[in-house]
Design a protein around this ligand. Structure first.
Ligand SMILES: Nc1nc2c(c(=O)[nH]1)N[C@H]1C(S)=C(S)[C@@H](COP(=O)(O)OP(=O)(O)OC[C@H]3O[C@@H](n4cnc5c(=O)[nH]c(N)nc54)[C@H](O)[C@@H]3O)O[C@H]1N2
Ligand SMILES: Nc1nc2c(c(=O)[nH]1)N[C@H]1C(S)=C(S)[C@@H](COP(=O)(O)OP(=O)(O)OC[C@H]3O[C@@H](n4cnc5c(=O)[nH]c(N)nc54)[C@H](O)[C@@H]3O)O[C@H]1N2
Ligand code: SF4
Ligand SMILES: [Mo]
Length: 827
C-alpha cells in the first residue's frame, strides 16, 4: 500500500478542520467552542461508571514535567476516561490534572497515530510524504542491514540516537538523552553516538554546576513574601506550582511578572514589568550593584552559606590552606565518581582578629575587600571579585539596555533585599544563545539577599526535590561512543569527527523527540537529515520529524505499556500500569530494540530482562535502593507509593556552611557541558551579561529584520504532543502570531489577517493576533504546532542553530524577523 503521509490528517486538512469546527471565523470565534466541544467524541470520554470497568494507575510521561498521577478507566478493553488519582490524606494538595491529561484518550485513539511500520517509497525524496506499509520483519531486517553495514564501515559511532525529553520512562524513555533500558543498553553496549537534546541547557547546565540547585518544593511558595515570575508562565506550564501560587495570592502575597509579553500569569499579577527580550542579565547585575552600594546585603547569610568570603588568587582559583602548608584531608570516596574526596579548606579573612585562616576556624569571615595574607600577597574576597567585574551596570545603564525604568530597577533590588523571594521564572531567562549567564547572576542576587535554602525562597522554578528510586546507571554498559549535541548534527556530518572521536554517521535513529518541530535551526537540520544515509523514527504520531525518515516505527501510547518514571515533582513515585494492549501494530521501544539486537546477534544486551517488569524490579530493588523498602510488587499493584526519599519537611533545600553545601555564584574551573576541545572564556567563572546573539536592540540587522522573536509554551500543547487532540484543537485551532498594535498598524496588518514572518533562514504564514499584550518590537508565536497546521512554512524555520559551546543550549527566542501581510490564498 502506498499513500499520503499523515494517515488521517490527509483527510483533515488545516482548512477543513477549521471549517468543520467553526473555528475558521477567527481567533475570537472561541465563543463557539462550547457547542462543538460537546460534539467531538463526547460519548466515550464522558463514560459513566459501569460494572465492567477496570481502573489503572498511570500518568503523563510527556515532558510537561508535572507528571500528574492519573486514574485510567478501561471499559471493554478501551480507555474511556482519565481523572486525577486520589492522594493520601495530608497530600491532597498535589492532586492535579489538566485538560491535556483528561483528553489523553483522544491522543491515544487519534487516527493520526502511526499504526504500522512504514518505509519511504523507493525513488521518492525524503520529506515527500509517500509511504509504503511494511511488516515488522521487513522493518527490522532493513534496520539490521543498515546498522550492520554501518558497524563494519565506521564502528559504533556511525549509529546515532537522537532524542529529547518526551518520555521519562526508564524502560522506553530518553531520560538524560539515552539512559533508558531500551536505548541506553544498546548505545552503551555498542558505543553508539548520542545526539542529545539541547533544550533548557542554559538553565540546567549552570544549575548542574551547583549554582542553586532547583528550588524548594512547590507547596513552599505560600511561605514567601513576594513571588517574582521572571520569564515564565506557570499558569500554563506548571499546574502544581500554579495551584499553590493561587493559594499564596489569596493569602495576600504579591506576584510580580517580568516578561516582554503580557501573559496570563502577568494578568494575574499585582504588577507587570515589561522588559526587552534577552536583557534580564543586565537588570540583575544592576540590582546586585544597587544592593552592594547601599549595604543591603544579608551579611550573616553571605558569610555562613555562600562563597562570598573565599579569597581568590590571581589565576581565579580559591586560595586554599594547602598554600600555607596545611595538609589536605581525605574524607572518603565520592560515590558518584569513585574518586577520593579531598578537603583543602578555602582560606578567608577573619575580621575578628585580622588574619587569613581556614574557613572553619574563622569567627567573622569578611565578604568584601582585599586582604593581606601571611605569604605577603593580597587577595580579594570572591564577592568583591564579582562586584569589581560588573561596575558598568548601574541602574541607569540597565534602564537603557532593558527598557525597565531606573526607579523600577532600584525598587526591584530593594524588594529582593527584603528576602522571602520565590522566583517563579524559568525558561524565559534561558532561551537566548548567551542566557546561561542569567542563572549565575540570579545565584549572586539570591546569595546577597538570602533567597535560597530558606522557607519561602527559590532561585528558579525548577522544583523537583523529590527523587524517584531510580539508580539505573549501573545497568548500562558504560560506553557512549560520542556525545554530540543534537544541533551539531550538520557539523558532524561535515567534519565526520566530534572532539577527537571519529563520527561517520550512517544511521540516525530518532525517538522520544521531534527535533524537526522543536529544535531551533530547523531549515539547517532538515538539510542535515537529508544527508544521513538511513533515518529511523520511532514515534506514536506522524511528526514533522517522521516525515524525513526512511523507516517509521509505531510505538505505543503511555497507557499501553508498563514503565517507571525517573522522578516526580510530587512526593509520589511514578509507576505506570499497563492499562490496555498496544494498539494497532505498535511495539514498545524496548521490544523494538530487543528485536534489533536479536537481528544483529546481540541478544545478550537484553538477556537479563525477559519481561519489562524484570528491569523495573532491578532498579527499585537494587542493593542500593532496596533498603528504602519500595518493591516492584507494591508499585505494580497500582497503589500510591510515597517516595521514601521525600523528606518529611521538604521546604528547605540543603544549604549549609561546609564548602560543598554553600550557594555558588562563582566557579574556579568552569566545565563546559560537553567537552570537545573548546576554550573556556574567563567570564564563565562569574556573573556576567552578554547580549543576545541576534535578538538585541542595537543589532544593525534590525534595519532589515526589526522584530524580535518569542515563542512560548501553551496551555493546550505539550510541545508538539496533543497538537492534534480534537478537543484541544478546538480550543487552540491554529497558531497565531502576536504582534503589537503599533507594529501591526505600521505594516497595514489588521486583526485576523494572515501574515508572513520571515528572515534569511526561512518563513512561516499564519494568522495575526494584534494586541497590546506584547511589547512593541517583539512578536510571539506559540511553540508546538505541526507543519501542516501553518498555512505554509514553520515557526521554527525562523530560529537559528547558533549555540554557545559552554552549555550548547537551544536558543528559541534569539532571532530577528520581519512580518508582512500575506496576500496569498489560505484555503
Ligand atoms: N502546557 C505546557 N506546559 C509545559 C510545557 C508545554 O509544552 N506545555 N513544557 C514544559 C517544559 S519542557 C518547559 S521547559 C517549561 C517552560 O516553562 P516556562 O518557562 O514557564 O514557559 P515558557 O512558555 O517558555 O515561558 C516563557 C515566558 O518567558 C517570556 N520571555 C521570552 N523571552 C524573555 C526574556 O528575554 N526575558 C523575560 N523575562 N521573559 C521572556 C515569554 O514571553 C513567556 O511568557 O514548561 C513545561 N510545561
Ligand atoms: N519555538 C520554540 N521551540 C521550543 C521551545 C520553545 O519554547 N519555543 N521549547 C523547547 C523545550 S523547553 C523543549 S523541552 C523541547 C521539547 O522538544 P521535544 O521533546 O522534541 O518535544 P515533543 O513534542 O514532546 O516530542 C516528543 C516526541 O516523542 C514522542 N514520544 C512520546 N512518548 C514516546 C515513547 O515512549 N517512545 C518514543 N519513541 N517516542 C515517544 C512524542 O509522540 C513526540 O512526537 O521543545 C523546545 N522547542
Ligand atoms: S499534561 Fe502535565 S499538567 Fe496536564 S495532566 Fe499531564 S502532567 Fe498533568
Ligand atoms: Mo523544556
Amino acid at each position: 500500500m502506498t499513500g499520503n503521509t499523515h494517515q488521517a490528517s490527509a483527510q483533515l486538512t488545516r482548512r477543513s478542520f477549521l471549517k468543520a469546527t467553526g473555528a475558521v471565523a477567527g481567533v475570537t470565534a472561541l465563543a463557539g467552542t462550547g457547542a462543538t466541544l460537546a460534539g467531538v467524541a463526547a460519548g466515550e470520554a464522558h463514560a459513566e461508571a459501569s460494572a465492567a470497568e477496570q481502573y489503572f494507575h498511570s500518568g503523563c510521561r510527556g515532558n510537561c514535567g508535572s507528571k500528574c498521577h492519573q486514574k485510567v478507566t478501561v471499559r471493554d478493553g478501551k480507555v474511556v476516561k482519565v481523572s486525577a488519582m486520589e492522594y493520601p490524606e495530608g497530600d491532597e494538595g498535589w492532586r492535579r490534572l489538566c485538560v491535556k491529561g483528561q483528553t489523553q484518550p483522544q491522543r491515544q485513539y487519534d487516527p493520526d497515530r502511526v499504526q504500522y511500520p512504514m518505509k519511504r517509497v523507493d525513488g521518492t525524496e525524503r520529506g515527500a510524504g509517500q509511504w509504503e506499509r511494511i511488516s515488522w520483519d521487513e522493518a527490522i531486517g532493513l534496520i539490521a542491514q543498515n546498522m550492520g553495514a554501518a558497524l563494519q564501515s565506521g564502528g559504533g559511532t556511525s549509529i546515532g540516537f537522537m532524542s529529547s525529553y518526551a518520555s521519562y520512562g526508564v524502560l522506553n524513555g530518553a531520560t538524560g538523552g539515552y539512559m533508558s533500558f531500551a536505548y541506553g543498553r544498546f548505545i552503551t553496549a555498542v558505543g553508539c553516538t548520542v545526539l542529545g537534546a539541547c533544550s533548557d541547557y542554559a538553565q540546567m547546565h549552570v544549575q548542574m554546576l551547583g549554582f542553586g540547585q532547583n528550588g524548594n518544593s512547590a507547596d513552599d511558595v505560600v511561605n514567601s513574601k513576594t513571588m517574582i515570575c521572571w520569564g515564565g508562565r506557570p499558569d500554563e506550564s506548571d499546574v502544581h506550582i500554579w495551584h499553590y501560587v493561587c493559594d499564596a495570592r489569596e493569602k495576600g502575597i504579591p506576584l510580580i511578572t517580568i516578561d516582554p509579553q503580557y501573559s496570563a500569569t502577568a494578568a494575574h499579577s499585582d504588577r507587570y514589568i515589561p522588559i526587552r527580550p534577552g536583557t534580564d542579565g543586565a537588570l540583575m547585575l544592576a540590582m546586585i550593584n544597587h544592593i552592594a552600594a547601599n549595604q543591603l546585603e544579608n551579611v550573616d547569610y553571605m558569610r555562613a552559606y555562600t562563597q562570598a568570603p573565599f579569597l581568590v588568587k590571581e589565576d581565579g582559583t580559591f586560595l586554599r590552606m594547602s598554600a600555607f602548608g596545611v595538609e589536605p584531608i581525605e574524607a572518603g570516596i565520592n560515590p558518584m565518581t569513585g574518586m577520593p574526596i579531598v578537603l583543602d579548606s578555602p582560606a578567608v579573612f577573619d575580621e575578628a582578629d585580622g588574619t587569613v585562616k581556614a574557613l572553619e576556624a574563622a569567627q567573622q569571615p569578611a565578604i568584601l575587600g582585599t586582604h593581606a595574607a601571611a605569604d605577603g600577597a593580597s587577595y580579594k574576597t570572591c564577592y568583591q571579585e564579582c562586584l569589581d567585574h560588573i561596575t558598568e551596570y548601574t541602574a541607569a545603564r540597565a534602564a537603557e539596555i532593558t527598557g525597565v525604568p531606573e526607579e523600577t530597577v532600584v525598587e526591584l533590588a530593594e524588594i529582593y533585599a527584603q528576602g522571602g523571594i520565590w522566583n517563579l521564572g524559568y525558561q524565559g531567562l534561558g532561551h537566548h544563545v548567551n542566557s546561561h549567564h542569567n542563572y549565575k547572576n540570579m545565584a549572586l542576587l539570591c546569595a546577597q539577599t538570602a533567597n535560597y535554602g530558606l522557607p519561602g525562597t527559590a532561585i528558579c522554578r525548577n522544583t523537583s526535590p523529590f527523587t524517584g528510586v531510580s539508580n539505573y546507571m549501573p545497568y548500562m554498559y558504560g560506553r557512549v561512543g560520542a556525545n554530540v549535541p543534537s544541533m551539531a548534527l550538520p557539523d558532524v556530518l561535515e567534519t565526520k569527527i566530534w572532539g577527537e572521536t571519529p563520527v561517520d554517521l550512517q544511521v540516525l535513529w530518532v525517538m522520544n523527540g521531534n527535533p524537526l518541530c522543536c529544535e531551533s535551526g530547523r531549515t539547517e537540520l532538515i538539510e542535515a537529515f537529508k544527508k544521513v544515509p538511513f533515518v529511523v523514527v520511532a514515534d506514536v504520531s506522524m511528526t514533522d520529524t517522521a516525515m524525513y525518515a526512511d523507516v517509521v516505527l509505531p510505538v505505543p501510547h503511555v497507557f499501553e505499556v508498563e514503565d517507571y518514571d525517573s522522578g516526580c515533582p510530587t512526593p509520589y513515585l511514578m509507576y505506570h500500569q499497563k492499562c490496555v494492549d498496544p494498539l494497532y501494530e505498535s511495539k514498545s521501544d524496548i521490544d523494538i530494540m530487543r528485536l534489533v539486537a536479536a537481528a544483529l546477534q546481540m541478544d545478550a544486551i537484553y538477556a537479563d530482562g525477559p519481561t519489562d517488569g524484570d528491569f523495573i524490579k532491578q532498579i527499585v530493588e537494587a542493593e542500593t535502593t532496596a533498603p528504602l523498602g519500595v518493591t516492584y510488587e507494591k508499585l505494580a499493584s497500582g497503589e500510591m507509593v510515597r517516595s521514601p526519599l521525600s523528606p518529611a519537611s521538604h521546604v528547605e533545600m540543603k544549604i549549609g556552611s561546609a564548602e560543598g553545601e554553600r550557594l555558588k555564584f562563582y566557579m574556579e574551573a568552569p566545565t563546559p557541558r560537553i567537552v570537545s576541545g573548546q576554550e573556556v572564556a574567563d567570564y564563565e567563572k562569574r556573573p556576567y551579561f552578554m547580549p543576545a546573539n541576534e535578538a538585541y536592540w542595537e543589532n544593525p540587522l534590525r534595519s532589515q529584520y526589526p522584530l524580535m522573536g518569542c515563542s512560548e509554551h501553551t496551555k493546550y500543547h505539550v510541545h508538539s504532543q496533543t497538537a492534534f487532540t480534537p478537543w484541544l484543537r478546538e480550543l487552540e485551532p491554529e497558531p497565531v502570531l502576536k504582534i503589537n498594535s503599533q507594529d501591526a498598524a505600521e505594516r497595514g496588518i489588521a486583526q485576523g489577517d494572515y501574515v508572513r514572518a520571515f528572515n534569511d533562514r526561512g518563513d512561516v504564514v499564519l494568522k495575526a493576533l494584534v494586541t497590546d499584550g506584547i511589547m512593541q518590537g517583539v512578536i510571539g508565536i506559540p511553540h508546538g504546532f505541526r507543519e501542516d497546521q501553518y498555512v505554509s512554512g514553520h515557526a521554527q524555520n525562523l530560529t537559528s542553530r547558533v549555540m554557545n559551546d559552554f552549555c550548547y543550549n537551544n536558543a528559541y527566542y534569539d532571532f530577528l524577523c520581519e512580518v508582512e501581510r500575506y496576500e496569498g490564498s489560505v484555503e
